[in-house]
Design a protein around this ligand. Structure first.
Ligand SMILES: Cc1cc2nc3c(=O)[nH]c(=O)nc-3n(C[C@H](O)[C@H](O)[C@H](O)COP(=O)(O)O)c2cc1C
Length: 329
């Protein structure tokens, strides 16, 4: 069975990519991911704030800054709480790229443009095969409109694309009013890939301590329906590679996403919950399913269920919604 796929211009032996997660913190665990069979690995993110903390001039500016800026700074982990500073992150990236034979995708997690983009070039020099930009910010300022927010994303992409010759993907949230328009815009701006979708971590409240508590809740399997829908809609519209992330747990999830048009599927919670050996099981089950249904390669089934032949995807979506409500007994 030919499981190979092309993602961000890279040849992957199969479409299972280990998403950015704590599993890439150690070289040994990335080796385990490779041994378990993943086609590529995304290294956990280096955060814009980590880079900016490191900058002494910036620190000085912070001390002189406004009260609210100083307070905002206290929301972030102290530099010592990160396992590695930016330079150690780069050393780790270099060690990983030397240790494994699969493509290694570095990740920068950011909210705005700035001097941190030079780290994109440093990641390239560290041997990364591609770069994933996770733009993670919640729009809370009522004076900033949607157009300005989209413009900021585009500016970040442009800044990074100017800095590196590596393929660059953008990991996005689904929370844009006109998602197809925005995805096409990033595609036109030269995004080599779109990673759909980033999950916002929803904080909880500790009633006794009266504190907001950050908490990781792993995705539920049904959450893969959101990337499934959007990949099917976008596949005929964009040149960029499409990767699914969120709720990918089983071989059937992967097959559905590939049929919708995904070039790769990223696994995080499945690996954390079920162990890295789940990769081999998924690949094995995919092979069996494909043989039973007379497919010889992943490429043969990629995109066969996208919405290319659907003249009005919005009407289709509304029809499905009405049918689902009517069918509920
Ligand atoms: C503990 C944990 C750490 C994560 N770290 C990162 C990260 O460093 N950078 C990033 O872009 N995404 C990170 N993610 C998000 C995952 O890469 C993935 O996109 C998300 O969990 C949805 O996929 P899943 O349903 O397979 O978990 C993290 C997720 C978890 C649960």
């Amino acid at each position: 069975m030919d499981m190979s796929t092309k993602y961000l211009g890279l040849d992957l032996k199969n479409p299972l990519v280990a998403a950015a997660s704590p599993l890439s913190r150690e070289v040994s665990s990335v080796r385990q991911l490779e041994d378990a069979g993943v086609g590529a690995v995304v290294i956990h993110s280096l955060f814009q704030e980590q880079i900016e903390h490191e900058d002494a001039a910036h620190d000085h500016f912070m001390q002189l800054g406004t009260e609210s800026f100083a307070e905002a700074l206290s929301y972030f982990p102290a530099q010592a709480d990160y396992r590695r500073g930016p330079e150690q992150h780069l050393d780790h990236l270099t060690a990983v790229t030397k240790a494994v034979g699969i493509p290694v995708i570095a990740s920068l997690n950011c909210t705005s443009t700035g001097g941190w983009t030079e780290y994109a070039k440093k990641m390239q020099d560290a041997g990364a095969d591609a770069l994933e930009l996770n733009i993670y910010s919640i729009a809370t300022d009522p004076t900033i409109d949607a157009a300005a927010i989209e413009h900021r994303y585009v500016e970040i992409l442009r800044g990074v694309k100017r800095t590196v010759r590596l393929p660059v993907s953008v990991k996005l949230t689904p929370y844009f009013s006109s998602f197809a328009n925005f995805a096409k815009r990033l595609d036109d701006e030269g995004a080599d890939g779109l990673v759909l979708f980033n999950r916002f971590h929803q904080p909880d409240i500790d009633l006794d301590a009266l504190e907001v508590v950050p908490q990781v809740v792993l995705s539920a399997p049904h959450e893969m329906r959101m990337p499934l829908r959007w990949i099917a809609i976008l596949d005929p519209l964009v040149k960029a590679s499409l990767a699914a992330t969120t709720g990918v747990y089983t071989s059937l999830d992967v097959l559905k996403l590939l049929m919708a048009g995904a070039d790769a599927t990223q696994l995080c919670a499945a690996l954390l919950r079920d162990g890295v050996c789940t990769t081999a099981r998924i690949l094995d089950e995919m092979g069996t399913w494909m043989a039973d249904h007379e497919y010889e390669s992943v490429q043969q089934l990629q995109g066969i269920m996208n919405q290319r032949s659907c003249p009005d995807p919005a009407a289709f979506e509304r029809g499905q919604y009405m049918k689902a409500l009517n069918a509920y007994a």
